[in-house]
Ligand binder design. Structure first.
Ligand SMILES: Nc1ncnc2c1ncn2[C@@H]1O[C@H](COP(=O)(O)OP(=O)(O)OP(=O)(O)O)[C@@H](O)[C@H]1O
Ligand SMILES: [Mg+2]
Length: 276
């Protein structure tokens, strides 16, 4: 089995730091490296950001939200008020105990596929007054699948999901840091959360780094946390242009940057040093 096969990787960080971009690029490289890869859009408040980055503009067959698979907004509860694990409709065994068999249980309306990568959506805020996105985050927490799938989970900006204990079911947490003090603050806060919960497998990805000097400044600002930096992704104007043009992203010139991150994760998982 390949080192990070079967792992669930949560990608989080400050707004606009590049979470969705990193998810799409990682999915591309993982797939090229032979991993069965799925992407879960866990950002309920961004209607089409990730889908557009993966598939380009004008996708008219958006995947059905997984929230529906679990019974919909009237059935799935808030993970804070009711932390009990999710179950399938008409089945009392928690998904955590009996993981979902994608090929047998999930119909094709729940995902769209491109270049071997499948995109799922946890759910979106669709209507005025719908309520908070807690139930959608519960789907993120508990959508655990059988087999060797690597799950890349794109989260909403900020740290609210830590308040809801969503990372409890994750194998790896990747925090995307753009070169801002706000990202440094978020890194420190997340480190505090991870220490408290004994989650050891959390890493920082520096993104939008335009020079060695900028990387050094970020490292200096991170202080002792710099040992947690697993990789650095250069600022790439091509990514900005593709986003603005509404085109799907491909790995292009960032292959080495992203491969370095994946190799880092593979190494740590193989060494079994930091796996929770
Ligand atoms: N390495 C990079 N080089 C240049 N631009 C980048 C890079 N990574 C991301 N961007 C740009 O930054 C912007 C935000 O990226 P993205 O949507 O991936 O961020 P996000 O963290 O997912 O945002 P949100 O918090 O809204 O979900 C986009 O314009 C994207 O093209
Ligand atoms: Mg995003």
């Amino acid at each position: 089995m390949k080192p990070i096969a079967g792992k669930r990787i949560l990608i989080c960080g400050k707004g606009g730091s590049g979470k969705s971009t990193i998810v799409v690029l990682m999915a591309d490289v993982l797939q090229k490296k032979g991993y069965d890869t799925l992407v879960l859009d866990g950002d309920a408040s961004n209607p089409e950001g990730l889908i557009r980055l993966m598939f380009g503009m004008g996708v008219n067959n958006e995947p059905k939200p997984l929230l529906e698979f679990f019974g919909g907004i009237n059935v799935v509860t808030c993970p804070v008020d009711d932390p009990l694990p999710l179950t399938r409709i008409n089945d009392s065994v928690p998904v955590l105990e009996k993981r979902i068999d994608i090929t047998r249980e999930i119909s094709s309306e729940y995902y769209i596929k491109k270049r071997g990568v499948s995109l799922f959506q946890a759910g979106k805020i669709e209507t005025y007054g719908q309520g908070c996105d807690g139930p959608i985050e519960k789907v993120v927490r508990d959508f655990m699948v059988q087999g060797e799938w690597v799950s890349l989970i794109d989260m909403k900006a900020g740290i609210e999901h830590f308040g809801r204990k969503i990372p409890d079911t994750m194998d790896i947490i990747l925090v995307v840091l753009d070169p801002t003090l706000e990202s440094v603050s978020i890194a420190k806060r997340i480190k505090g959360f991870c220490r408290k919960t004994e989650m050891k497998n959390f890493w920082f990805v520096l993104n939008k780094i335009s020079s060695n000097e900028m990387e050094s400044i970020m490292m200096e600002k991170l202080g002792e946390l710099k040992s947690r930096v697993i990789g650095s992704v250069s600022y790439d104007p091509e990514l900005v242009q593709r986003e603005l043009a509404g085109g799907s992203l491909t790995i292009g010139n960032r292959y080495k940057d992203i491969e370095q991150i994946i190799k880092g994760l593979e190494k740590f998982v193989s060494d079994n040093k930091h796996v929770s």
